[in-house]
Design a protein around this ligand. Sequence first.
Ligand code: AHG
Ligand code: MN
Ligand code: MN
Ligand code: MN
Length: 336
Amino acid sequence: HEADANRTDLMTITRFVLNEQSKYPESRGDFTILLSHILLGCKFVCSAVNKAGLANNLGLAGDTNVQGEEQKKLDVISNEVFVKALISSGRTCLLVSEEIEDAIIVPPALRGKYIVVFDPLDGSSNIDCGVSIGTIFGIYTVKDTANVAVEAALQSGSSLVAAGYCMYGSSCTFVLSTGNGVNGFTLDPSLGEFILTHPNIKIPKKGKLYSVNEGNAKNWDEPTTKYVENCKFPKDGSPPKSLRYIGSMVADIHRTLLYGGIFMYPADMKNPNGKLRLLYEVFPMSYLMEQAGGQAFTGKQRALDVVPEKIHDRSPVFLGSYDEIEQMKELYANSK
Ligand code: AHG
Ligand code: MN
Ligand code: MN
Ligand code: MN
């Protein structure tokens, strides 16, 4: 039986990516090595999250990051683990982390061609109550590893060569795209290996769910207000949508990818650029959405086409099922 055979013929993430890369004759295994270091970081954070209470890892670290947010202990630990794993891979030249004000330029002896932008721990406010959190990353390449400057990270999302996230939820799930669709892997803790469990993820074309922090509604712009009003009181006779909002982008996006719907973090009167950061939140998730057949829109343009001016720039974002984002685009077009 096929199911029995699969149980002994494990499609680990390394095997999967090696298979994919073998289509490119120029590939020398560098990406696979980089990925294995990212996976090590994810496994470490997963284990730290699972025993957060026991190991006294909960609560505040006592510092504030460049975003003006209080850092949690797990924000700090996760950041350190990823920075060290990425540098020691010998395959990176430039790193951008949510938790570090300046980009890290990797010392020449350890340099490779990849730039990694990452949110080491996403959903910090959910750590202390045991709700799903995650890690988000995007990967670019540089042409010249001899001359690396922070500007090399200011590329539009459309130049990403890979992006993904790991969700520390009821299971530990790693979702990856290298530009060939989206695949999901689940950590088998007894093996310490991520096994392919969600091949070729495609987001449903329409969705029955919407996801937004409605507490900000009084400051929303007109298209966002109209869209959400229509979710609750549809004018075309369709049933109202259900609201789901976790407050961890990774978990909200994971559900949106699998079940369909829309996730939004719009602009508001107080925050004209919304809250989410382009490089390590908006771009990787927009890339995955498009690779899964969905769309990502800022209210003005395709999210992946934005070119950041600074590494911690923010942008409003609407992402999810193809049809839902089409509606959002129409509302913005009509409000001009
Ligand atoms: P982070 O924990 O990395 O700072 O990110 C938090 C983000 C994101 O995970 C989530 O979508 C959003 O903040 C929730 O914001 P609100 O609490 O304003 O809804
Ligand atoms: Mn944060
Ligand atoms: Mn985040
Ligand atoms: Mn974070």
